[in-house]
Design a protein around this ligand. Structure first.
Ligand code: ZN
Length: 174
């Protein structure tokens, strides 16, 4: 078990476009170890998602918990495509931007094409909260942070957010 250090906003690795993982390496020791360490890390920090650049690995791999019953899933080399013009505004946080919350508007439905932790290709459509988490995490692979897209007037420290936000927010960070 290894809990990895989280890169915080300002670290250049968060601004790089991450590299694809060659498919023949997915089942190899290095990638499988990274997946295990990222799982330990995201659980330790109580996040709903974690992208490899957030743990100083500039590769296209994310972990997400889209359904608490199902636990975390692994997406490798994901490609997201919005399937609607409709946007959904939700409050986001990020383990790499600790202590802040802010509203971001994103397409409310997307399809993802990616590979799982076994290197199997899949395609899925997601809507609502899972679509938001997916976009937040996959933005990390392109060097983007939610703060780049946030409604700046909604930005809040966590303490003030909990005190003044109209709706209580359960998620702790992505
Ligand atoms: Zn994040």
């Amino acid at each position: 078990m290894a809990i990895l250090k989280i890169a915080r906003m300002g670290h250049p690795i968060l601004r790089r476009v991450a590299d694809p993982i060659p498919l023949d390496q997915i089942q190899g020791g290095a990638v499988q170890q990274l997946i295990q360490d990222m799982l330990d890390t995201v659980i330790e920090y109580d996040g709903v998602g974690l992208a490899a650049p957030q743990v100083h690995q500039s590769v296209r791999l994310v972990l997400l918990c889209l359904d608490p019953e199902e636990g975390f899933e692994v997406w490798i080399n994901p490609i997201l495509t919005p399937t609607t013009k409709e946007e959904l505004v939700s409050t986001e946080g990020c383990l790499s931007v600790p202590g802040l919350r802010g509203d971001v508007s994103r397409p409310s439905e997307i399809t993802v094409q990616a590979y799982n932790h076994l290197g199997e290709a899949f395609e899925r459509t997601l809507e609502g909260f899972p679509a938001v988490v997916a976009q937040h995490e996959c933005d990390h692979l392109d060097g983007l942070l939610y703060i780049d897209k946030v409604d700046t007037q909604s930005l809040s420290f966590l303490e003030e957010f909990k005190r003044f936000a109209p709706m209580p927010e359960e998620e702790d960070g992505e």
